[in-house]
Design a protein around this ligand. Structure first.
Ligand code: DX5
Ligand code: ZN
Length: 214
């Protein structure tokens, strides 16, 4: 059975000068989750924000906060993001030597745990972990920036991960539009991050385009 589709607008493309209002707007426009991109300038060549900013906007919505950590050695900051109000914490397979341990750490706080794979990383990295995960995040662009072009090999990767586990949430992030989302849905993904596609148009219209059944 097809899993429920969820749309998680990425606030990386929001207007940071009014971040709280932007979150209220995507909530009203039908978003399911709020996708929050944390970048450290080391794991990725860009810097965004950390736990204090997330804490400030936490009260603006009841929607789950899906926190995508693009930082080296994320185990150092898990507690901070939990305290800031994260509901889902996603770490990169390439960002730590101790993936299994950090997943247990996240789960020990009662929040959902996910692993993200860069475009060049094989799903084999998940082999001994997937049954412990709530979610796998397939990066369909190289992480660091919004507005990049969808990498086609992500579709095959989604299919492989879906074969490995039929229940895990599979989220796709990068270059998602009303066009690229179609093949990702068919491949077995069920959660879709969209930054520029949602924020560069009418939020409600764009979110409903993504939710449309093909
Ligand atoms: C990129 C981030 C994405 C980004 C996606 O590193 O992880 O969440 O906001 O932006 P779009 O949807 O514009 O590709
Ligand atoms: Zn992201």
């Amino acid at each position: 059975m097809m899993k429920n589709i969820k749309i998680a607008p990425s606030i990386l493309s929001a207007d940071f000068s009014k971040l709280g209002e932007e979150i209220i707007s995507i909530d009203k426009a039908g978003a399911d989750w709020v996708h929050i991109d944390v970048m450290d300038g080391a794991f990725v060549p860009n810097i965004t924000f950390g736990a204090p900013v997330i804490k400030c906007v936490r009260e603006k919505t009841k929607l789950p906060f899906d926190v995508h950590l693009m930082i080296m050695n994320p185990e150092r900051y898990i507690e901070d993001f939990v305290k800031a109000g994260a509901d889902i914490i996603v770490v990169h397979a390439e960002s730590t030597n101790h993936l299994h341990r950090v997943i247990q750490q996240i789960k020990s706080y009662g929040v959902k745990a996910g692993i993200s794979l860069n475009p060049g990383t094989s799903p084999d990295a998940l082999k001994y972990l997937i049954n412990d995960l709530d979610l796998v995040l397939v990066m369909s662009v190289n992480p660091g920036f919004g507005g990049q072009t969808f990498i086609e090999s992500s579709v095959e990767k989604i299919k492989e991960i879906r074969k490995m586990n039929k229940d895990v949430d599979i989220e796709v992030d990068g270059g998602i539009t009303d066009k690229t989302i179609i093949k990702c849905k068919e491949a077995g993904a069920n959660i879709f991050v969209a930054g520029s596609y949602v924020f560069k148009g009418d939020y409600r219209e764009r979110i409903s385009n993504l939710k449309k059944e093909e």
